[in-house]
Design a protein around this ligand. Structure first.
Ligand SMILES: CC(=O)SCCNC(=O)CCNC(=O)[C@H](O)C(C)(C)COP(=O)(O)OP(=O)(O)OC[C@H]1O[C@@H](n2cnc3c(N)ncnc32)[C@H](O)[C@@H]1OP(=O)(O)O
Ligand SMILES: O=C([O-])CC(=O)C(=O)O
Length: 390
């Protein structure tokens, strides 16, 4: 049976209202709860932005101190969770570990199955605090090293590097890492947030919604692209090989990772902030080669897409974050878990909105329709032949 439906992946279909984020594709504008991403990236830290997303207001100084202390107290993992990680094959991808650990964290939440706005906000804070510890612990466990406990007094960014290496990063590097977290924290109804909201719409708990979102983010068309960008740069190897590489991809109809976006057709505003960050870290560590290759790929990619396909193509958030995290010394398969460590703030804000929106904006269970294009033998269906006669 042929289909009358062109699969457009819900592009342009508005399915709910939200007060959390506006992605204005035509004008390359990104707003978290009324604040422009450019202002948040330059003036606010990740904990402030996480607070904004979860509590729907910028924290004052007392609220921020209180929130930071709560995050600090909640960074520790239940010992059973570490034991569970220690039983996993060391080859397990960190995104799979993260997804499983978030699901397991539900077993340690004594307040379940109760739900209320304050319980949900507290769960969100707990997840924001714990995800970096899970990622860092797995990074060590898979190398047969003991996990390192969080160190009180360190910022979230400093602590992440400390829990991986046992050493505190340079202050400027930690500041730029924190800025990258701000840039990744929220993006309206992207695939992973939609997954989280869909699960939350069934009234499943926050851990179920967030673990579904992590699964969605792991794919290479979404958050998984940042790891793939780095693999691609490594495979290309040098600036001179970029042009033939892109030509080959276009000729074969294959993707150039980190280019294109489902909503931003005139450019992703986060790239303008990430590009100089990648350059600065490259200069800081004395290795600008990956930044330069990324920049060349952007220029050559734009020119070749225009020439061969007649379309304007721009990098997305995953493009420069690859060279940024690589020059920060982070393993490539941690790039997407780092994205998750930040986006968890947005996912949780959406779960809370899904479950506690006021009556006028209350979402309902998501339940789209599909068009059946399978076999249909008649009104009574196909004749079911007994097993021994098939
Ligand atoms: C955090 C994030 O999720 S950001 C996205 C991360 N993902 C990637 O970087 C993966 C590479 N990019 C892509 O696959 C796509 O650009 C997506 C999935 C992000 C967006 O896809 P769409 O909304 O379907 O893009 P759109 O339909 O406008 O693309 C227009 C044309 O450009 C092509 N195109 C878009 N991006 C790319 C790319 N990176 N490489 C090659 N061709 C591309 C499409 O195949 C399409 O060609 P066609 O008309 O001949 O079929
Ligand atoms: O919005 C999207 O489709 C993907 C994206 O850029 C994000 O999730 O940050």
């Amino acid at each position: 049976m042929d289909s009358a439906i062109k699969n457009i992946g819900l592009r342009g279909v508005v399915i709910a209202s939200t007060k959390i984020c506006d992605v204005d594709g035509a004008n390359s504008r990104l707003v978290y709860r009324g604040y422009l991403i450019q202002d948040l990236a330059m003036e606010a830290t990740f904990p402030e932005v996480a607070y904004l997303l979860i509590h729907d207001k910028m924290p004052d100084v007392h609220e921020l101190v209180d929130f930071t202390n709560q995050l600090e107290r909640n960074r520790y993992l239940p010992p059973n969770l570490i034991c569970a990680m220690q039983t996993r094959p060391v080859s397990t991808p960190p995104m799979d570990i993260l997804q499983a650990c978030v699901a397991l964290l539900a077993h340690h939440d004594d307040s379940l199955p109760e739900n209320s706005p304050s319980l949900a906000k507290n769960r969100a804070m707990g997840l924001i605090a714990k995800l970096p510890t899970v990622v860092a612990a797995w990074t060590r466990i898979r190398q047969k090293l003991e996990p390192i406990d969080p160190m009180p007094g360190l910022s979230m960014a400093e602590n992440f590097f400390y829990m991986i290496t046992g050493e505190q990063p340079k202050r400027r590097l930690a500041e730029l890492f924190d800025r990258a977290l701000v840039l990744h924290a929220e993006h309206a109804f992207n695939a992973s947030t939609f997954a989280a909201r869909e699960v939350a719409s069934t009234r499943a708990h926050m851990y179920a919604a967030v673990s579904a979102a992590i699964g969605s983010l792991s794919g290479e068309l979404h958050g998984g692209a940042n790891t793939r960008v780095m693999e691609m740069l490594k495979a290309i190897g040098s600036k001179e090989k970029i042009r033939p590489f892109v030509e080959d991809k276009l000729a074969k109809g294959e993707l150039v990772m980190g280019l294109g976006h489902a909503v931003y057709k005139n450019g992703d505003p986060r790239v303008e902030i990430l590009r100089p960050m990648s350059k600065e870290v490259g200069e800081m560590v004395g290795d600008t080669c990956w930044y330069e290759m990324t920049q060349e790929l952007e220029t050559v990619g734009k020119a070749l897409f225009k020439e061969k396909k007649g379309i304007d193509i721009f990098p997305n958030v995953d493009f420069y974050s690859a060279s940024l995290y690589h020059t920060m010394g982070l393993p490539h398969d941690l790039f997407t878990p780092i994205f998750a460590m930040s986006r968890v703030a947005g996912w949780c804000a959406h779960v809370i909105e899904e479950q506690f929106a006021d009556e006028a904006h209350k979402p309902v269970l998501y339940r789209p329709e599909s068009e059946y294009i399978g076999t249909y033998c008649g009104p009574e269906g196909c004749t079911l032949i007994p097993m021994d006669k098939r």
